[in-house]
Design a protein around this ligand. Structure first.
Ligand SMILES: CC(C)(COP(=O)(O)OP(=O)(O)OC[C@H]1O[C@@H](n2cnc3c(N)ncnc32)[C@H](O)[C@@H]1OP(=O)(O)O)[C@@H](O)C(=O)NCCC(=O)NCCS
Length: 170
């Protein structure tokens, strides 16, 4: 198993346009379907992410190589009792893959969730994304369902990991 090399640093990123913009640019470099997005599409997605995270307890983590963002993971707290961390977006720059960055981000995210008293982490991955599915399963997620989206064909696999048993009122 690859451990993240020492030159990389994980940092928490604030939910504001200045700090989110490099992550959104990276998101478009990571996903083949978004590589040719127009500047206005990128700006629209930045606004969508910022607006979705504002008013929620969010955890935005990024991996830096010196001062350059090379990986990111975006999550927010949800659930009827605010007990679930929903891991929404994530990616690693193509030149920095298979060095353990995604695994290090997942572990940092789950450690934060556990410390914050959350009991579960949920995420969704396209059924053809073998790397992300493998990594999620290796890091303790189970497949709990599947759905489809209107935006593209294929199956979105729903995954959940239990961090700790909920404390039930007596
Ligand atoms: C999926 C992704 C985040 C993995 O990032 P990464 O930093 O390369 O992953 P890691 O180095 O931490 O890999 C951890 C493990 O995941 C699995 N894995 C990662 N990429 C894989 C691939 N392409 N094929 C098969 N397994 C893969 C392996 O088991 C790997 O462990 P190993 O290298 O010891 O064999 C990255 O490929 C990516 O950004 N893809 C495009 C965006 C994306 O799919 N985001 C997720 C949307 S849900």
């Amino acid at each position: 198993m690859q451990t993240m090399p020492d030159n990389y640093r994980i940092r928490k990123v604030a939910v504001d346009d200045e700090q989110l913009r490099p992550l959104i640019d990276l998101h478009h470099e990571c996903l083949p379907s978004r590589q040719h997005a127009a500047p206005e599409q990128k700006a629209g997605f930045l606004a969508e992410v910022r607006d979705a995270l504002r008013g929620r307890e969010a955890l935005v983590l990024a991996v830096f190589d010196a001062d350059r963002v090379v990986a990111y993971k975006v999550a927010y707290r949800t659930g009827n009792r605010h007990e679930i961390l929903y891991s929404w977006l994530g990616g690693v720059h193509p030149h920095h893959r298979r060095r353990g960055l995604a695994r290090a981000l997942i572990r940092a995210q789950h450690a934060w969730a556990l410390e914050s008293g959350l009991t579960h982490v949920e995420t969704q991955t396209w059924g053809d994304n073998a790397g992300m599915l493998m990594l999620n399963l290796q890091e303790g997620f189970s497949i709990v369902g599947a759905t489809s989206g209107p935006d593209r064909p294929g199956v979105r696999v729903i995954l959940r990991k239990t961090l700790s048993a909920p404390t039930l009122p007596r």
